[in-house]
Write a protein that binds this ligand. Structure first.
Ligand code: ZN
Length: 429
């Protein structure tokens, strides 16, 4: 598994003090060492971490008890010396559940700590039409089913993170504003926890673009690229920004609202109420309006048009060489490059990963976008930044949500406050 630095996660964290705090930090240190280095002996861990051997033994006993580490049996280091028992991260008993609720679907991605995918599905659901109450009931139903399936596979979820397309106050897990869902000030974490009854592990909420950026960083086309921007190409446009291998949060957790960069002050009114935002030039609604004005999105329409259908229509028109569609896509590409150049001037990323509909039309969008970016970026070498199409599809945000849960467990293994299911292999020497 790739190395991954600690990130500020959306999951609530206990705030122990003094000795308890030190012990939790040491549990995390030992667990991360095992994840990064594979199997090793207790004395290897002591040497690598600088902890006393007795401390490592005590920490290891707790990690084994929590089902996070297992004994592998006896290994001899070299030809001489005492045989030493090796230990390894045991990913199979503890799970991580990532979910996403978006305008027209709910997605789930459940894995165990070893990265084995246990549940993965996308369910069509009109979240905007159903409203927050019915959406929460459905989210709870989908979560309960996924939890049951994960438990049957032997991995009890050690946490849930839900991705939402909007502004999220990650501390309390409140959706401050999700214009495309019609939600504001919705205490999603608390409400989902109530739907789940006795679920004891932490529940968190985060922005979909942030979580998609995390998925790209851990397993996408730009995996491991520490300085990277991810753009969601939907009706709205959001951004997740990785700086030095960390998700940029900002003072209040609201960084990355790149769709509302005011790039065209004399332009159209945006869904946010302001004028000339970047998404009024590059969002799917802008493309549809330019390519097929008779099919334009209408605000307040009873049923939002299916983005999949729109993208297929545009792809067909492109393949047929329809001039208005070709011109409209090239124009979106140029605006993509203009906004991209602002992001490059600000953050100097190595790549800008484009997801959603951008990825589907990447072949036509990237050439004009790249040319415009290179024309507008101030620092010459920064213009080496490349647009890349995401290949994670609609699963990116839920996948990122699951990896955030894994990171939370790695950060605070003591948060696993329950007996994991299926302990039969634990403790065998
Ligand atoms: Zn706006």
């Amino acid at each position: 598994m790739s190395r991954q630095p600690s990130i500020r996660t959306a999951l609530p964290r206990a705030q122990p003090v003094g000795h308890a705090s030190l012990r939790r930090a040491n549990l995390s240190l030992v667990l991360r060492h095992l994840r990064d280095e594979g199997s090793c002996s207790r004395s290897d861990v002591a040497d690598a971490t600088g902890l006393h051997r007795a401390t490592v033994s005590s920490l290891m006993a707790e990690l084994i008890e929590r089902g996070l580490v297992r004994e592998l049996g006896t290994a001899r280091a070299g030809a001489i010396g005492r045989p030493r028992r090796a230990v390894a991260l045991d990913g199979s008993h503890v799970g991580a559940l990532g979910m996403e609720i978006n305008v027209d679907y709910i997605a789930v991605h459940g894995i165990d700590l070893g990265g084995r995918v246990l549940v993965e599905r996308r369910i069509g659901f009109d979240a905007m039409g159903e409203g927050p109450d019915r959406s929460l009931v459905e989210l709870g139903r989908v979560a309960r089913k996924a939890i049951a399936e994960m438990r049957r596979a032997g991995a009890a979820p050690g946490g849930i993170v839900v991705a939402v397309p909007g502004l999220v106050d990650i501390g309390p897990g409140v959706v401050t504003l999700a214009p495309n869902l019609g939600w504001d000030d919705l205490p999603l974490a608390e409400r989902l926890r109530a739907e789940l009854g006795g679920f004891r592990a932490p529940v968190g909420v985060d922005n979909d673009a942030n979580l998609s950026a995390l998925a790209e960083y851990t397993s996408g086309v730009a995996a491991g690229t520490p300085d990277m921007v991810y753009l969601t190409g939907e009706v709205g446009v959001g951004g997740g920004i990785m700086v030095g291998g960390r998700l940029l949060r900002g003072a209040d957790g609201f960084s990355g609202e790149v769709g509302h960069l005011p790039v065209n002050p004399s332009g159209r009114r945006c869904g946010c109420g302001r004028t000339g935002c970047w998404e009024t030039k590059v969002g799917l609604a802008a493309l549809v309006r330019a390519a097929t004005p008779d099919r334009a999105y209408e605000r307040g329409a009873a049923a939002p048009p299916d983005p999949e259908v729109r993208v297929k229509e545009i792809s067909r028109a492109l393949a047929a060489g329809e001039p208005r569609t070709l011109a409209a896509v090239a124009e979106v590409g140029r605006w993509l490059g203009l906004g991209g150049s602002i992001l490059v001037n600000l953050f100097n990323p190595r790549v800008i990963v484009i997801g959603g509909y951008f990825a589907r039309l990447a072949e036509r969008l990237i050439p004009p976008a790249q040319a415009e970016l290179e024309r507008l970026v101030v620092a010459g070498p920064a213009a080496r930044c490349r647009f890349l199409a995401s290949n994670l599809g609609f699963g990116a945000a839920s996948r990122g949500a699951a990896s955030m849960v894994v990171d939370h467990i790695m950060d605070d293994p003591a948060a696993i406050g329950f007996a994991p299911v299926a302990r039969s292999s634990v403790g065998s020497v």
